[in-house]
Design a protein around this ligand. Structure first.
Ligand code: PLP
Length: 510
């Protein structure tokens, strides 16, 4: 212990104190980000499994063979529940194989990279930038992937009522430069189940790859009855992503990407012998990587099995039904579309007079004041002019079932507290701010073009979002004005300001 500058127990006590300021990860009070099975034994199991492989490097499953065994089991489980397991019935070339990745974003990025490389190989003389075609509701991970891997992102507007794209609109934009179509099962913003089978019938005719992003809901939808086919049971689906660190109840850092066809999947890999070090073969973006999240997910899958997932999904589904019914009964609010899986979004009900309407962002702020964290989603204008309403998002987990009796009254009270309060006027905020800036409105517009970090920090300060010393990472009490700014400011400017905010939060202090 003499090598140590501080006592381990003191350091851990400091971490415990830091953790007390976090949003609560258990108990169902945070309705996004965290997925609580409500089973403390599962969390304990995950921690013990991760501890066992703590020193292992997942980079090399031939040296650390436990990694290969666990990954094979987890991919096998995913392949079975997502109906990629038609062994014997498919040509060997079409067999479904897969990888465990560090999370949904990595699964999505690898699906895009694979599709790009498959498209390149099939179209060696096509000099166009390949296109990624997806509904506007596709997860932002695909924006990131398109940017990282050099594809043009072509977003198909969705019906604001249902949250789904029209099959004909997707079909109309298919061409030989489309390397990948992505649909969600379900979408994050509105929990819409996209028309997978209908689109697959068309893409497969043209030999175009189709990814189903089941990152959020996959491990719940697979255990629900009565849904149309949405997974690898649909022949034209060429890849599928599903996050074990969401409804697989594993700690963060684990997801699965399944691909139809070994030869397709091999394009996901990076390999080189062109340097003087060890030969590199990476199925995923990382080099050295932890085995802990994989071990945790593996152990949870082993312990739960399909029956365990069925029971947990039933609990989350029942809680979702109860909370949805309660929200539907709140005057001034309504659920968006026909959500599938244990999540949904809520918008203002514009069918009632303005003084009876509830702005979902004020509602979320009021709920947060009483300890329930809903997620605020901005409204947006799609390319064809159709407007997606601003919403509050609720991700429901099995543990929610045990707190419905507290959650529902809190949601009702929060709506009562803000009913009739007009939404924050983002345009007014922006013009007020522009007036206080040296360059006025023109200054704000110019700022969108390219901001240095000090100017960006200054703007954040003017918005009241970057306080004095010690502001740390804490959010302001009310998020409705922040989201109103996100809606009203030019997207490029908001993006730059958000980068500044997040970067400043982790800068060394003192
Ligand atoms: C969460 C999510 C992702 C990205 O996953 P991360 O695990 O956050 O990286 C992708 N798609 C959907 C639909 C998601 O919900």
């Amino acid at each position: 212990m003499t090598d140590f500058e501080r006592q381990p127990d003191d350091v851990l006590a400091e971490l415990v104190a830091l953790r007390e300021a976090d949003a609560p990860t258990h108990g169902g009070r945070v309705l996004s980000y965290v997925y609580d099975s409500g089973l403390a034994e599962l969390d304990d199991l995950a921690a013990r499994a991760a501890r066992l492989v703590q020193p292992v490097n997942g980079l090399d499953p031939t040296t650390f063979t436990s990694v290969a065994a666990m990954e094979s089991d987890v991919v096998g489980f995913a392949r079975r529940i997502f109906h990629g397991d038609a062994s014997g019935a498919v040509a060997p070339a079409d067999e479904v194989v897969g990888s465990v990745t560090s999370g949904g974003t990595e699964s999505c990025m690898l699906a895009v990279k694979t599709a790009r490389d498959v498209w390149r190989a099939a179209n060696p003389d096509d000099e166009r930038m390949p296109r990624l075609l997806a509904p506007t509701t596709v997860h932002a991970a695909f924006h990131k992937a398109a940017q990282a891997f050099g594809l043009g992102l072509d977003l198909v507007p969705v019906d604001p009522e249902t949250g789904a794209p029209a099959v004909a609109d997707v079909a109309a934009r298919l061409d030989a430069d489309v390397a990948l179509v992505v649909l969600s099962a379900p979408s994050y913003p509105f929990a819409t189940l996209d028309p997978v089978a209908e689109v697959a019938a068309i893409t497969s005719r043209h030999g175009i790859a189709l990814h189903v992003d089941a990152c959020i809901g996959g491990f719940a939808l697979a255990f629900q009855e009565g849904l149309p086919d949405w997974d690898l049971a649909v022949p034209g689906v060429t890849s599928l992503s599903a996050d074990l660190h969401k409804y697989g109840y594993a700690p963060k850092g684990v997801s699965v990407l399944l691909q139809r066809g070994r030869d397709r999947q091999r394009r996901q890999y990076f390999a080189t012998t062109g340097w003087p070090g060890y030969p590199v073969v990476n199925p995923t973006l990382a080099g050295s990587k932890p085995a802990g999240p994989l071990a945790a997910a593996w152990a949870i899958v082993q312990v739960l099995g399909e029956p365990g997932f069925v029971r947990l999904t039933a609990r989350a589904t029942e809680a979702t039904r109860a909370v949805r019914e309660a929200v539907d009964a709140i005057e001034g609010l309504r659920v968006v579309g026909d959500p599938v899986g244990p999540l949904f979004a809520v918008r203002a009900d514009e069918r009632v007079p303005a003084e009876r309407r509830v702005d979902p962002h004020h509602w979320a702020d009021a709920a947060r004041a009483s300890g329930w964290h809903l997620q605020l989603q901005p409204g947006m204008v799609q390319a064809d002019g159709r407007v997606l309403a601003r919403t509050a998002h609720l991700t429901v987990t099995p543990v929610t079932d045990s707190v419905v009796g507290e959650l529902v009254p809190a949601l009702v009270a929060a709506a009562d507290a803000v009913r009739g309060v007009p939404a924050v006027d983002g345009a007014e905020l922006v013009s007020g701010l522009a007036a206080s800036l040296p360059g006025g409105t023109a200054g704000l517009a110019a700022a969108s073009a390219g901001l240095d970090s000090d100017t960006a920090a200054g703007l954040l300060g003017a918005f009241g979002l970057l306080g004095g010393e010690g502001a740390g990472g804490a959010l302001p009490d009310r998020l409705a004005p922040v989201l109103a700014l996100v809606e009203a400011l030019p997207g490029r400017l908001t993006e730059r300001l958000l980068v500044e905010l997040l970067a400043r939060v982790v800068e060394p202090r003192g």
